[in-house]
Design a binder for this molecule. Structure first.
Ligand code: FMN
Length: 228
């Protein structure tokens, strides 16, 4: 590893960034007055529309966590399940990873989606719990062989010496998956974030952006528009 790189012209890079289009549209309409009383169906409606319109990878979402000392961490992962009625979202990871340690110490998190083609951001925040053995098994066993093999290689986010080490580990993991197709790594963990707060942000090319926030209140939800 290592090597030299040419110095970067930060100003030129910033100028190019400023010239790049943002929230260009055409963007879908959003009428908060007609939004449902609970956020789950609105999430489902926006996701449906994203899938219909071919928004790239709408299931990719940023998960933000903070450990016991408050240090934040964020990374993208795949949405692995939706409970629209309860506004809850599933994701999976290795419990030994930094996010796993964060969630063990502080089981609160935020999920953030951004779908540029629609100018839409969705934020969900709330407590996170760990789902039981059977849903976790199902989540793992529904994956492709290569993805399951990856689940048996190394400790996620631990230092690795190089691609050779990974290739060797993956080769033996592929054999293990072929020999024992029902096996699930002990640290494969399916998490559920149950939103206590949900926010839908709709861009407008004329910059009349709309923000609609839902907060759980008793058995229902409060809805509020926020200044953009
Ligand atoms: C498109 C995409 C999808 C990903 N999906 C997952 C996932 O479902 N679960 C996961 O643990 N990591 C996933 N990752 C990797 C994470 O972004 C991250 O690198 C890894 O989970 C380690 O994070 P941590 O060190 O903060 O725990 C994905 C990465 C990308 C770019």
């Amino acid at each position: 590893m290592g090597g030299t790189t040419d110095p970067v012209d930060d100003e030129a890079l910033l100028a190019r960034l400023r010239a790049a289009p943002v929230l260009a549209g055409p963007l879908p309409p959003f009428d908060p007055d007609r939004a449902p009383d609970t956020p789950g169906p609105l999430f489902a409606d926006w996701l449906d529309r994203a899938l219909d319109d071919g928004v790239p990878e709408p299931g990719v979402v940023t998960l933000s966590t903070a450990g016991a000392d408050g240090t934040p961490g964020a990374r993208v992962l795949m949405l692995r399940g939706i409970d629209t009625a309860d506004c809850a979202f599933r994701f999976a990871s290795d419990s030994r990873s930094p996010k796993g340690s964060d969630l063990a110490a502080n089981p609160q998190a935020a999920l953030t989606w951004y779908w540029p083609a629609h100018g839409r951001q969705i934020r969900m925040a709330g407590p996170v719990d760990v789902l039981g053995e059977e849903p976790t098994r199902q989540d793992f066993l529904h994956r492709r062989d290569t993805s399951r093999a990856a689940g048996f290689t190394g400790v996620m986010s631990a230092p690795m010496s190089g691609p050779d080490e990974y290739e060797r580990a993956h080769r033996s993991a592929r054999r293990l998956v072929a020999d024992e197709p029902g096996r699930v790594p002990a640290t494969h963990t399916l998490y559920r974030l149950r939103a206590h707060e949900a926010e839908f942000w709709q861009a407008d090319p004329a910059r009349f952006h709309l923000r609609l926030r839902y907060r759980r209140a008793g058995h229902g939800w409060n809805r509020t528009l926020l200044w953009p």
